[in-house]
Design a protein around this ligand. Structure first.
Ligand code: NAP
Ligand code: ZN
Length: 359
């Protein structure tokens, strides 16, 4: 174990990012701060490619800070810890998700909901004192993070690449599934079988629910059953949809594009909830209020998850032998991967091998 202090020099690191929303990503050199007393330095092995990376680096949401280095599904090994770090040592397998800091003082932080802290600092595109003034994410060789935002990975090391997507796709589905009491006797729908959705199917199945996967892709019908879905509905087929009217306790909607929400709200039973986690660049058509009122249904949202719950999710997935289904890419293939992601042409998550940044 090496101890350092904040006086040491910053670290030059190779990364992959973009200088503007209409420019492809390219190799760039970035700086990481020297390992502070409470920091953990991590050699990044793999980083998952989330649809949020695409939304932000292509400036679909607005507010992107340049240069933008995306990536918040980070796994790797600790190489150095600061003198006051208690829970990590060099050599540990770790993960970093969407959050690298928060205010630490508000009721949300006190309850372990750093994801709902107004001062939450995301892993990329959030203000920081570190160069260049905003956070830079995991499409890079190394990252330095306060230990309070670092997670222990307990899966076997040979699964490490497939663990990466749990750090966003896993927690973003685990948290609402748990919050809305997914378990035996519950009928749960997962809409959109992409990076988030395929994790949702696996996790809801492991929680013991009856799981129905909704997909627009006929080609995912068999594949979704293999993920653990009890039934699959191709949502373009109205008869298949109608067969499930008034039957769901919970529907978790991960779709990254605007679509008709009523088609799903009508499938909820009385007091059922549809939770949106997808954040399309343009708004959904307004839902029909009557469909909510007459059966006391709820339309809700959910944002990733807090740090304690992210560790709980990782431990749950290690116990149940759950990892993501991935396709490994080089960093310089990421733009092509985004294009394929938009077409739903990935089963189910691209993961960057950060060794490709060296050459
Ligand atoms: P993804 O891998 O692209 O998956 C989205 C899936 O939605 C696609 O695979 C496709 O599934 C379905 N879909 C896409 N376009 C559609 C359309 N026009 N109509 C109907 N279905 C469509 O994306 P992801 O990484 O899972 O992320 C999904 C969304 O969640 C993004 O907007 C992302 O920014 C957001 N997100 C939110 C949070 C949060 O905390 N709330 C966290 C992470 C990501 P089928 O082929 O099965 O139809
Ligand atoms: Zn994400």
């Amino acid at each position: 174990m090496t101890f350092t202090n904040t006086m040491e020099v910053a670290l030059a690191v190779k990364a992959f990012g973009a200088y503007a929303g209409d420019k492809p990503l390219e190799a760039m050199d970035i700086e990481r701060r020297a390992t502070g007393a409470h920091d953990v330095k991590i050699e990044i092995a793999y980083c998952g490619v989330c649809h949020s990376d695409l939304h932000q680096v292509r400036a679909e949401w607005g507010g992107t800070r340049w240069p933008c280095v995306p990536g918040h599904e980070i796994v790797g090994r600790v190489t150095e810890v600061g003198g006051h770090v208690k829970n990590f040592k060099a050599g540990d397998l770790v993960g970093v998700g969407c959050i690298v800091d928060s205010c630490g003082e508000c009721p949300e932080c006190a309850d372990g909901y750093e994801n709902y802290c107004d001062g939450m600092i995301g892993t990329y595109n959030f203000p920081t004192e570190d160069a260049p003034g905003h956070t830079l994410g995991g499409y890079s060789q190394q990252i330095v993070v306060n230990e309070g935002y670092v997670l222990h990975v307990k899966h076997d090391e040979d699964k490490l690449a497939a663990v990466a997507p749990l750090l966003c796709a896993g927690i973003t589905t685990y948290s609402p599934l748990k919050h809305w009491n997914t378990g035996p006797g519950k009928k749960v729908g997962i809409v959109g079988i992409g990076g988030l959705g395929h994790m949702g199917v696996k996790i809801a199945h492991a929680m013991g629910a009856h799981v129905v996967a909704f997909t627009t892709s006929e080609s995912k019908r068999e594949a979704a059953l293999a993920l653990g879905a009890d039934e699959v509905v191709v949502s373009r087929n109205e008869d298949e949809m109608a067969a499930h009217a008034l039957s769901f306790d919970l529907i978790l909607n991960t779709v990254a594009a605007p679509h008709n929400l009523d088609a799903y709200i009508n499938l909820l039973k009385r007091d059922g909830t549809m939770t949106l986690v997808g954040v399309p660049a343009e708004a959904h058509p307004a839902p029909n209020v009557a469909a909510l009122i007459f059966k006391r249904r709820s339309l809700a949202g959910s944002l990733i998850g807090g740090i304690p719950e992210t560790q709980e999710m990782l431990d749950f997935c290690a116990k149940h032998n759950i990892v993501a289904d991935i396709e490994m890419i080089r960093a310089d293939e990421v733009d092509a991967a985004y294009d394929r992601m938009i077409k739903g042409d990935v089963k189910y998550r691209f993961v960057i091998d950060t060794a490709s940044l060296a050459g």
